[in-house]
Design a binder for this molecule. Structure first.
Ligand code: SF4
Ligand code: MG
Length: 316
């Protein structure tokens, strides 16, 4: 296996002060995350808001330094690479294309921006690459001359994808790339991402709170809870036979969808996960329907599964 991205023992601690005179407290947003994504495949990362998914994405993109651990992209340590080299390997597609696209620039200039930041690409070559990226995502040259406000939500997300592709990266980090879109448009963008992955041999980290979306795109799925990956399995196995009680609860919430609801209601009472107060023992125990005595005091160890791994005292 040749991993395109490898993450080793990644941890991120924030110091937060609640109130002017309060002593700062440590919040561990990502707590010891390790995984490798084989080249050409898709790792889906799912979990509720506040589970650390976006912090993980930012560290992998080099937008935020980890407190501990390292990220290897194509076998090279990310923190030893300069910004331009990193941009040629790994690119983001974020949730809300409207806020991530400069409203005063025309689409073709937005898409050209990563090329311009490289500094040494001739103008004619830049124009050719921009035209090629727009065509790849199904936008016309005429649309390239418009401003973001003159496009639909789906078209704006195509612009964001074209901008991510223009440097021909190997890896794309998608953080909730379809969450701001209507359901019918979501499907078009998911199909486009799948087609681009096949045609260009891309590797994706695909982050979403929506398991149904992840099921469509991911070859493997990691489930995060309060900063840790509590279960990781090949997609088919995870959806057929989830091993962690939290994964099971997330899947149950997909079976009874509530349209328009951004955050899944996992039906486990009103205790929301709070990264500032991670419970002792198994961090899921206050919400777990299967919790038993050791869960409140002993952290479960990682147990290997035929197609992945799980952190639960009931495993194995
Ligand atoms: Fe539930 Fe205990 Fe497993 Fe944690 S270790 S998920 S509390 S059964
Ligand atoms: Mg997020």
């Amino acid at each position: 296996m040749n991993p395109a991205i490898e993450v080793r023992g990644l941890r991120r601690v924030f110091r937060v002060r609640q109130g002017l005179f309060a002593r700062p407290r440590e919040v561990v947003a990502v707590d010891g995350v390790s995984f490798a994504v084989p080249a050409g495949s898709v790792l889906g990362v799912v979990g509720e808001s506040g589970c650390g998914k976006s912090t993980l994405a930012r560290m992998i993109l080099g937008l935020m330094p980890p407190s501990e651990g390292e990220v290897l992209v194509d076998g090279q340590r990310l923190d030893t690479m300069d910004r331009r080299a990193r941009a040629r390997l790994i690119q983001p597609v974020f949730q809300d294309p409207f806020s991530s696209l400069n409203p005063r620039r025309r689409v073709r200039d937005i898409v050209a921006q990563p090329l311009a930041a490289q500094g040494d690409i001739p103008r004619a070559a830049m124009q050719r690459r921009v035209a090629e990226a727009l065509e790849r995502v199904g936008l016309s040259a005429e649309q390239g001359g418009r401003f973001p406000s003159q496009l639909s939500g789906g078209q704006r997300q195509r612009v964001a994808i074209a901008r991510a592709l223009v440097l021909r990266p190997r890896i794309v980090i998608c953080d909730e790339p379809t969450s701001a879109l209507d359901v019918s448009v979501q499907a078009q963008i998911l199909n486009l991402l799948a087609e681009l992955r096949r045609d260009l041999g891309l590797t994706y980290l695909f982050i979403s709170h929506n398991l149904a979306v992840v099921e469509h795109v991911a070859s493997e799925v990691a489930v995060m809870y309060l900063g840790r990956i509590v279960e990781r399995q090949e997609s088919e196995a995870l959806f057929r036979d989830p091993q962690h009680p939290y994964t099971r609860a997330l899947l149950d919430s997909v079976l009874t969808p509530e349209p328009g609801l951004g955050v899944p209601d996992v039906g486990l009472g009103d205790i929301m996960p709070d990264p500032a107060n991670v419970p002792p023992g198994c961090r899921f125990h206050p919400r777990c329907p299967k919790a038993f005595a050791p869960c409140a005091t002993q952290a479960p160890r990682l147990t290997a599964l035929p197609t992945g791994q799980v952190e639960c005292h009931l495993a194995g």
